[in-house]
Design a protein around this ligand. Structure first.
Ligand code: BES
Ligand code: MN
Ligand code: ZN
Length: 501
């Protein structure tokens, strides 16, 4: 669905293959507005179908009616928005637009129109409808012999006549399309099998982004990583036959803005996490190609950053490698020396993400003098136990970065909840032979992972986003399809948009 247009029109005049009308439960009950207008044109059959099918406007429910020549649109598709108590947020519309796009694809629609509910604020609603529809139409069928139904080629976002020319409508549609494309790109990377999406593949992806956007890219290999004395990163990569890569993708504005302290986004980029010698059981290992979702998210964010052109530098940085149990693999009870000089006793080779991230955070803090850093990582199963599969766990000391992230998530519609980096958990990582160990007892281990990372931030304002739950999904839901979700690209984009350099 490459083409997105904002159209000013009354719903009854829209000539699309499928005309999607998102409705709150209260609007379904009342039966007026656009619904009443369409019903009148359809000779009362629309409200009759609502009664016959007991369509109540609940979130993620739909009702389709062919118009049989009575309207310019081929079909009317009613999509529930749930109760209008959710009116404050455009997220209900984003979900409904995703459901509509999927239903439109099943109906074979080439042109899908989505009506923006007049009760919602225009700009955010146009953005949400665009993002939801484009993301709902996403599929990953590269390796399927029988392709999934073709997605609609064109999307019309229908607003009241005259509103289509407003800056809000046009800019938000453009931004929504750019964000959705970036999210889809991140999903593709996460969904690739690990034999394809290797550390060097991720580095090439960064180089392609740079080529296409004009961002600056630096890629370093094993010798340079060794020269930088990133002993934790080197430990993790040892057991793998794939070479590691250290990647930095940068937006550097011209002039004085380029001298400002940057915002740095760090992504976890384990292209496959077998657990290493602390081997994972089969069922937990099978989705571990998605252990690089953090790096996909920070790279995808940079695609949007190149378009936003903020007046301060932004860097995406990641250390990419596999965690494998090869003959040269790092071992439980090895002691590694980090970039910042701290020593770490390995007690579990499956706690690899924090080791690579620690070196990369310390390197970024040391060489980029950041105003703020955010790391994005599929870091702990404990975070999934705590928050489930849909919610990002956010950690970090009080300060501008965690505040910015929490505010950004509210604007983006992505679910995010703060967890405490409580001092009492720090004991968990005390070691008798090194400055600390890389894993302790199970209890509070999402927090101890966060506290481990904090040791490598060099005092830079920082937030840690544990995306182990929402990075991928086993269930189709709203605008999420099975596999990679692209979380938290939308929140990172909003963080950059709201960041005061
Ligand atoms: N990549 C995993 C975390 C993960 C778990 C991501 C489930 C997505 C879904 C991470 O490297 C890991 O193995 N963490 C361990 C840490 C433990 C050994 C301290 C965990 O959470 O079990
Ligand atoms: Mn692991
Ligand atoms: Zn991992």
């Amino acid at each position: 669905m490459a083409h997105v247009d904002v159209r000013g029109a009354s719903p009854a005049s829209v000539a699309a293959d499928v005309l999607a009308l998102p409705l709150f439960e209260e609007e379904v009950k009342a039966g007026g507005g656009a619904l009443g207008e369409l019903d009148a044109r359809l000779g009362g059959h629309l409200l009759a179908a609502i009664r016959a099918e007991a369509f109540a406007g609940k979130a993620e429910t739909t009702l389709t009616l062919p118009t049989l020549g009575k309207l310019p649109a081929g079909r009317v598709l009613l999509v529930g928005l749930g109760s209008s108590g959710r009116l404050g947020s455009a997220e209900a519309l984003r979900v409904a637009a995703g459901v509509a796009a999927r239903a439109g694809a099943r109906a074979g629609a080439k042109l899908l129109a989505i009506v923006v509910p007049p009760a919602l604020e225009l700009g955010p609603a146009v953005r949400a409808a665009t993002e939801g529809a484009l993301l709902g139409a996403y599929r990953f069928d590269r390796y399927l012999s029988a392709k999934k139904p073709a997605r609609p080629e064109k999307l019309w976002v229908v607003v009241p006549r005259g509103q289509e020319r407003t800056a809000a409508a046009r800019e938000e549609a453009g931004l929504g399309a750019a964000v959705a494309q970036a999210v889809a790109w991140a999903r593709d990377l996460v969904n690739e099998p690990p034999m394809v999406c290797t550390p060097s593949h991720l580095a090439r992806a960064a180089q392609e982004v740079a080529k296409e956007t004009g961002l600056k890219v630096e890629v370093r290999g094993p010798r340079e990583i060794a020269a930088l004395r990133m002993g934790m990163f080197q430990g993790v990569t040892r057991g793998s036959a794939e070479e590691p890569r250290l990647v930095k993708l940068s937006w550097l504005p011209r002039g004085a803005a380029g001298k400002k302290a940057p915002l740095v986004l760090v992504g976890k980029a384990i292209t496959f996490d077998s657990g290493g010698l602390s081997l994972k059981p089969t069922e937990s290992m099978v989705t571990m190609n998605s252990d690089m979702a953090g790096s996909a998210a920070v790279m995808a964010t940079m695609k949007v950053v190149a378009r936003l052109e903020p007046a301060f530098p932004v860097h995406a940085v990641f250390g990419a490698c596999e965690n494998m149990p090869g003959g040269r693999a790092y071992k439980p009870s090895d002691v590694l020396r980090a970039y910042n000089g701290k020593t770490v006793q390995v007690t579990n080779t499956d706690a690899e993400g924090r080791l690579v991230l620690g070196d990369v955070l310390a390197w970024a803090a040391d060489t980029l003098a950041p105003a703020g850093m955010v790391d994005v990582a599929t870091l702990t199963g404990a975070c999934v136990v705590a928050l489930g599969n849909g919610i990002v766990g956010a950690m970090g000391p009080d300060g501008p970065v965690i505040d910015g992230v929490l505010a950004a998530a509210r604007r983006s519609g992505e679910e995010l909840w703060r967890l405490p980096l409580h001092e009492s958990v720090r004991d968990n990582l005390k070691s008798d032979v090194a400055d600390m160990k890389n894993s302790g007892e199970r209890w509070g281990s999402a927090l101890s992972a966060g506290l481990f990372l904090q040791e490598f931030t060099g005092g830079v304002p920082w937030a840690h986003l544990d995306i182990a739950g929402p990075s991928h999904t086993g269930k189709e839901r709203g605008y999420w399809s099975k596999g990679g979700t692209g979380v938290p690209v939308r929140t990172l984009v909003e963080l950059v948009r709201g960041w005061k350099a």
